[in-house]
Design a protein around this ligand. Structure first.
Ligand SMILES: Cc1cc2nc3c(=O)[nH]c(=O)nc-3n(C[C@H](O)[C@H](O)[C@H](O)COP(=O)(O)O)c2cc1C
Length: 389
């Protein structure tokens, strides 16, 4: 068993273990990957204030996320094709999150279906919705998530069309992987992944295959997106989806103050400041740069969460200090899953909690509600002075 001390250790094992097309699918951003890179590097620009001679006993990271108790203010983001990073990936990640005491979000584009995850896990999870042109299918997805007792609906707003990731096109990304000389040569080196995959039946998009009518190609994410995703999604439709659901709602993919204001008018339980992990609009600013302006504009009306670029407990701490009520992680737990299945997701969460705990203590804070902007040192020009005209 290797010694894992940070999320990067899990990433290295994930890269060795998973087929190239799936590791690349995780580890890439759109076009030049500028936004993908800056999501991470912008956290480095924020520094923490060391404080001393503060009683450090009785520390806790416990909190509430949209009104539910959580072990720490971290949630697992929806990640398409998680079940291709590791056999039964969605079930394993949901189990690890449930046992740890943080929310798990199942993607519409998952391999394990909503029903399958519900049957094979104990805690309720959140369901992430992509809206489709076929409104009946969208309605049925919402009904299925209700029937599975999902505790919140996460509506993703930043993917009506798919941003281009060069590697996915070059690798011929599909689920299950299409057998070509290139993919066979790579799969031959991934025997542990392959043996586990042979033992599961979950190898297709579980929420789509057998549920969506008239779909010509369900193995390719890009062709499904082009054919099926609803390009007409607007705020009016978002309001209708919220009404249809009738439970807790999180609006994901907000990166602009004006959009945050529109979203807050709909009174969701939270919004997520996100650029989809740098996978959609390349050239957009990093999420952490947009956090403070959005919190200033709508933080009094709705909870503001953040994702994109979080790789450590220190990143979580910085986001909380800048006004986020919770941080969602995508790749950080996928590296764990791809490396070691459920144990790897647990390890990723433990690493982040430990880093958060130690960093809080060294900043002189024992509890989450004591975290405030005064623990950070932020460069004066951090948000930047940008002109829109
Ligand atoms: C491989 C991969 C697949 C993703 N699939 C989805 C998805 O199906 N639905 C969604 O709303 N977001 C999806 N996202 C975006 C994540 O939910 C989240 O916004 C992003 O991963 C956060 O950035 P981080 O990975 O740097 O933490 C995906 C991200 C990755 C890396």
């Amino acid at each position: 068993m290797p010694v894992i001390t940070c999320i990067d250790d899990l990433k290295k094992i994930h890269e060795r273990r998973a087929p190239r097309m799936f590791f690349d699918y995780c580890e890439s951003g759109s076009w030049t990957e500028q936004t993908f890179r800056e999501n991470v590097t912008d956290y480095d620009k924020i520094r923490l204030r060391q404080r001393v001679a503060v009683d450090m006993t009785g520390r806790s990271q416990k909190t509430q996320i949209i009104g539910t108790d959580a072990t720490m203010p971290v949630a697992l983001s929806p990640v398409g094709m998680t079940g291709m990073q590791h056999a039964d990936g969605e079930i394993l990640a949901a189990r690890a999150a449930g046992k740890f005491g943080v929310p798990y979000t199942l993607s519409t584009m998952s391999i394990c279906s909503i029903e399958d995850v519900a049957e094979n896990t104990e805690k309720p999870f959140w369901f992430q919705l992509y809206t489709m042109k076929d409104m009946d299918y969208t309605k049925r997805l919402i009904e299925r998530a209700k029937a599975a007792n999902c505790s919140a609906l996460v509506i993703t707003l930043d993917l009506q069309i798919l941003g281009q990731r060069h590697k996915d096109l070059k690798n011929g990304l599909s689920a299950p992987p299409e057998l070509t000389p290139k993919s066979i040569a790579n799969l031959a080196t991934k025997w542990a992944w392959g043996l586990e995959m042979l033992q599961t039946k979950r190898r297709h998009f579980g929420n789509i295959v057998g549920h969506a009518k008239g779909v010509t190609d369900t193995s390719s994410l890009s062709s499904w997106t082009t054919e099926q995703f609803d390009p007409t999604l607007d705020w009016g439709k978002v309001a209708k989806l919220m009404e249809m659901w009738g439970g807790k709602v999180i609006l994901k993919g907000i990166l602009d103050v004006e959009d945050a204001k529109r979203a807050a008018e709909l009174e969701p339980d939270a919004i997520v400041v996100s650029n989809h992990g740098g996978r959609q609009l390349d050239g957009a600013l990093s999420s952490i740069r947009m956090l403070r302006p959005i919190v200033d504009a709508v933080g009094h009306k709705t909870d503001v969460h953040i994702d994109s670029g979080i790789r450590s407990g220190q990143d979580v701490l910085k986001a909380l200090a800048m006004g986020a009520k919770a941080a969602h992680i995508g790749r950080a737990y996928i590296y764990g899953l791809g490396a070691m299945g459920e144990a790897g997701v647990k390890t990723a969460l433990e690493v982040i909690q430990k880093e958060l705990d130690i960093s809080m203590a060294l900043c002189g804070r024992q509890t989450i509600d004591q975290i405030d902007p005064s623990i950070t040192l932020i460069p004066e020009d951090f948000e930047g002075r940008w002109h829109t005209t």
